[in-house]
Write a protein that binds this ligand. Structure first.
Ligand code: ADP
Ligand code: MG
Ligand code: MG
Length: 252
């Protein structure tokens, strides 16, 4: 088992107007066999946390540390972090002209493992994963993200996660824009990965909807760049009933 440790993490977003602190001291420990939900109102810094962990250049870690089993990620590039076992679903949201889903997945796998996967097992694994996610076989020969619907983008993200087998997967708003059927299929994919591999999941969401399908072990509520409350699955239920009002009326 591995542990992703976040200590006193401060993150500023860098814009043309200057730099603004968004995360103001986050502490989290995620074991590679557990699922944590990060919840919170809009604008609380959830996506900032995802981007900062993945090494997005606009999100600067100004203080604190991020480690996987003592290995420090903060000074690593996004690619190095991926090789260290971190996976961010929306890492490649852009269209990749002329690169098919098949080729994209195979080069990502090769980059992460340091060697190309064996063609026969790989082809089998890919078609099996696509079948499970109810993805049309034709999907594999389409160019990455080109004309993908919301649901196809999400399925592509989960397909990446299932094939790349990261130690830690950060899934930001995986439920947004999905109808109930697609939500179920995507959730099943995440649950399969949880059963079949040793993967820690950081599930970032504003809504409690996806937590009916993917049961978190721990729930953290992010408010104004800080963890305002932590608990077990019962906290998600309470948020479903009450919303975030009680957090928003508090002064920071
Ligand atoms: P959440 O995902 O919880 O809705 P975000 O992390 O997206 O919140 O945003 C937190 C705060 O940081 C917001 O006030 C948002 O406007 C600001 N922010 C995030 N990313 C950027 C950016 N690239 N440029 C400017 N402001 C940003
Ligand atoms: Mg601090
Ligand atoms: Mg967000």
């Amino acid at each position: 088992m591995s542990t992703l440790s976040i200590r006193d993490l401060h993150v500023s977003v860098v814009t043309e107007a200057g730099s603004k602190e968004i995360l103001r001291g986050i502490d989290l420990d995620i074991d590679s066999n557990s699922t944590h939900a990060i919840m919170g109102p809009n604008g609380s810094g959830k996506s900032t946390l995802a981007y900062a962990l993945a090494g997005h250049p606009k999100y600067e870690i100004t203080q604190g540390s991020v480690t996987i089993d003592e290995e420090n990620l903060v000074d690593m590039s996004a690619d190095e972090r991926a090789r260290a076992g971190l996976f961010l679903a929306m890492q490649y949201p852009v269209e990749v002209p002329g690169v098919t889903v098949t080729n994209f997945l195979r080069s990502a796998k090769t980059a992460i493992d340091g060697e190309a996967p064996k063609l026969r097992t790989w082809t089998k694994e890919l078609s099996e994963a696509m079948k499970q996610l109810r993805v049309d076989p034709e999907f594999a020969s389409r160019n990455v993200n080109e004309g993908f619907s919301g649901g196809e983008k999400k399925r592509h993200e989960i397909l990446q996660m299932e094939l790349l087998k990261p130690r830690f997967a950060i899934l930001d708003e995986t439920d947004s824009g999905l109808d109930v059927d697609a939500l179920r299929i995507v959730s099943e994919g995440v649950n399969r990965a949880r059963e079949n591999t040793d993967v820690g999941v950081l599930l970032i969401t504003h809504y409690t909807r996806i937590l009916r399908y993917i049961k978190p072990d721990h729930v953290h509520v992010l408010v104004k760049g800080k963890v305002a409350e932590e608990g077990g699955p019962e906290l998600a239920q309470r948020l479903e009933d009450e919303g975030y009002d009680r957090f928003l009326t508090q002064t920071a």
